[in-house]
Design a protein around this ligand. Structure first.
Ligand code: IPM
Ligand code: MN
Length: 356
């Protein structure tokens, strides 16, 4: 098969981790008889520098016309003082919105070999961490009305947290469907003791749950959830939550895996088109030094093969190669521990390719 892939490598370490991802995918193509055709487009700070805007229409058009999108990372200190709608992050949010990618899957798994890199006490993670955070991605305060106004306390600013029944229903169904293929346990995270939007959210989750009697459902307030994640990480399976809560909890969950450099993500909508990106940011401080961890991006490539193209064996091949490389003792700086062999970004990519 031939697949058309739009590549938004972006800023900072984005291009260097993406380079390794593409090398891995090309090797998979060779091995399994697929061709991947890449169209590189600009998004984020590099697009601001070239076109004066973070998300040019051409980038949206190319992404829409592709079978899937790979994204590196966007942002950097150069663009930090720009107004909200001109910032590099607009590229990410704009693509999520334009492509209708409302479901963000962030799997946090702790590889056995990385137990030393996990900051939690060994006894807390000895049963293995395997959490799928299902984050709503095109609603909530990220996309709600925002603005400024004068008040008697001075200037005020607001971002409206709003969720509709349909928005909650479709993300909840995604979470239950995923749970059915895993350990059949969904934890809903909201703040229904305080927020009206969470009260609607919870009532829709309870309604949808009736269609999945085989899946266990429980609920946590977000403050409590952030605590329980640290206290009993091995007891979670699928977490379903809104945009802002999911943003925060997925960074927290990333630490269970040893480093945010290990966490891939998939953003999905109704069709097979998805966008795949590491959860980490552009890390401008280490950009261009060949020390970034490419594993999160390479695992995002594996998620693309699985969720957009249905290539399960190919995806597993990449995941197994990553496990092998870690078992063989190779580490980038972010997951380094005593007695291991430290390697750079390019070398890590090469070692993974050798194990495909
Ligand atoms: C993420 C990032 C983005 C988000 C930023 C860069 C806009 O933190 O993908 O988690 O908040 O969604
Ligand atoms: Mn985030």
């Amino acid at each position: 098969m031939n697949y058309k892939i739009a590549v938004v490598a972006g800023d900072g370490i984005g291009p260097e981790v993406m380079e390794q991802n593409i090398l891995v995918l090309n090797e998979i193509g060779k091995k399994f008889g697929h061709t991947f055709e890449y169209t590189h487009v600009l998004g984020g700070g590099c697009a601001i520098d070239k076109f004066g805007e973070p998300l040019p229409q051409e980038t949206i058009d190319v992404c829409k016309a592709s079978d899937s999108v790979l994204l590196g990372a966007v942002g950097g200190w150069q663009w930090d003082t720009l107004p909200g709608d001109k910032r590099p992050e607009r590229a990410l949010l704009g693509l999520r919105g334009a492509l209708g990618l409302y479901a963000n899957l962030r799997p946090a798994t702790l590889h056995d070999a990385l137990k030393d890199a996990c900051p939690l006490k060994p006894e807390l993670v000895k049963n293995g961490v395997d959490i799928m955070v299902v984050r709503e991605l095109t609603g909530g305060m990220y996309f709600g009305e925002k603005g400024r106004k004068q008040t008697d306390m001075g200037e005020a600013a607001y971002d409206v947290e709003q969720y509709s029944e349909k928005e909650v229903e479709r993300i909840t169904r995604k979470a239950f469907e995923i749970a059915r293929k895993r350990n059949k346990h969904v934890t809903n995270v909201d703040k229904q003791n305080v927020l009206e939007s969470s009260r609607l959210w919870r009532s829709v989750v309870l309604e949808v749950a009736k269609d999945y009697p085989d899946v266990e459902l429980d609920h946590l307030y977000v403050d409590n959830a952030s605590m329980q994640l640290i206290m009993r990480p091995t007891t979670f399976d699928v977490i379903v939550t809104g945009n802002i809560f999911g943003d925060i909890l997925s960074d927290e969950a990333s630490q269970m895996t040893g480093s945010i450099g290990m966490l891939p993500s998939a953003s999905l909508g109704e069709g097979s088109l998805g966008m795949y990106e590491p959860v980490h940011g552009s890390a401008p401080d280490i950009a261009g030094k060949d020390i970034a961890n490419p594993i999160a991006t390479i695992l995002s490539g594996a998620m693309m093969l699985k969720y957009s193209f249905g290539l399960l064996d190919e995806a597993k091949c990449i995941e197994d190669a990553v496990t092998k490389v870690l078992d063989d003792g190779y580490r980038t700086g972010d997951i380094m521990s005593d007695g291991m062999k430290q390697v750079g970004c390019k070398e890590m990519g090469k070692l993974i390719i050798e194990r495909l």
